[in-house]
Design a binder for this molecule. Sequence first.
Ligand SMILES: Cc1cc2nc3c(=O)[nH]c(=O)nc-3n(C[C@H](O)[C@H](O)[C@H](O)COP(=O)(O)OP(=O)(O)OC[C@H]3O[C@@H](n4cnc5c(N)ncnc54)[C@H](O)[C@@H]3O)c2cc1C
Length: 436
Amino acid sequence: MLAAAASAGPVHPIFVLDPEALRRHASPNRHAFLSEALHDLDASLQRLGGQLRILAATTSWVDSVTSEATRIGATAVHCSADFSGFAQRRLETLERALEANHCVLHRHPGVAAVPPGSVHTGSGTPFRVFTPYFRRWSEYEVGRPIAPATLRTAEPASPDDRDQLDAAIAAAAMTSPGRPRGGETEARASLRRWAARGLAMYGDRHNDLAGDATSKVAAALHFGCLSPREVVVRFRDRPGAAPFLRQLAWRDFFLQVLATRVDVAHTDLRPREFAWRTDDDAFAAWAEGRSGYPIVDAGMRQLRSEGFMHNRARMIVASFLTKDLAIDWRRGAAEFERWLCDGDIAQNRLNWQWVAGTGTDSNPHRIFNPTRQSERFDSNGDYIRRYVQELGAVAAPEIHDPPPLVRAALGYPMPIVDHAEAIAEYRGRLSGHVDG
Ligand SMILES: Cc1cc2nc3c(=O)[nH]c(=O)nc-3n(C[C@H](O)[C@H](O)[C@H](O)COP(=O)(O)OP(=O)(O)OC[C@H]3O[C@@H](n4cnc5c(N)ncnc54)[C@H](O)[C@@H]3O)c2cc1C
């Protein structure tokens, strides 16, 4: 995008803070990550001879972009195409507003490695099933993104509101102490360190909860600190890269589902008669890591302390909320978005739907037994001990389901629900035998 803009003439890089987006996705962790990413981007642009202007929209994002473009006499605005309903509506409104001011909007691919709409089924429709999508995704020729070597800057410079962003972040009390730092510099360094050993071992180790062996690039991809195209191009010929690239394909898959069904950020993709429960006490116990299932509590406590959770733990905690507690996936997704640095509408909501059985999983009634998952993916209990301090002195196998006397002595709660009973009830509700 920047290369295309720079090849056409002087550029005026801006980031406009959208009060509506900040309100919709209020998350101190994500705002802090964004702020760091913008500072880092500014430093990179300055090295190229440019500068980033951070502007706070006073009325609306569209008004701010349009008036800034008009003020400097821009004839074109370049941006990344984005695909949530909110983003698509916002770009359409911007396009019309710019047109009225004799300015053209150029949307560039870059949010995905394989942009939504580039591959489709034989009948020309978007894919709803991952395996055939992945086949086509693997055949697609992903091109290397191009970066400009220097920038010519447009004059005059505008005021900059970055102090407002920094002040808002400083005022936000609750960032997670272990959250990752935002920005391209940090993301590149971290990916390089991880890839040196982690890429080749990814296939064997990515499900190992305690091993913490995944790349942790999700937030950097979400904020554009790293280009998914660049990651694919860089790794595709490296030994052992296939399972890692497959995960990046999942990311593109969900994005192309959302692009044509923007409603599935809120509504079930696979409509189903299912009465969810409203049990605020159970929800709070789940969210705060007090469910009495050590593996569930470890996952939820990792989320709060790091703004991140291991994928295997995400599946376990999401299954527990939607299948054991029968609580609506939308509440779980909102809780994730409150804490995750990588909280991303397509990935978060469609993964939640996948686990809840309302999404793209061809086996929608899949159940994750939390204790069996714990024994299998955290066999020594190291992941649990890392996050559930009360159980720090409990060894495996007891740690996966400590006896009542051990729980009482350590101040660790009893399970809030019996898994076997809850799942029997879930199955009954599905077949209409038990009322919601
Ligand atoms: C309930 C639930 C909620 C989730 N919410 C999000 C979210 O908000 N944002 C997000 O990016 N991912 C989400 N995921 C997917 C996955 O858990 C994360 O992408 C992954 O844990 C991020 O860690 P990583 O970067 O170390 O991943 P790695 O294992 O190193 O994978 C590399 C990249 O592949 C992509 N990827 C991996 N797994 C998936 C997947 N299942 N679906 C889509 N893309 C994937 C991500 O971009 C990830 O960064 C969610 C999964 C579940 C089950």
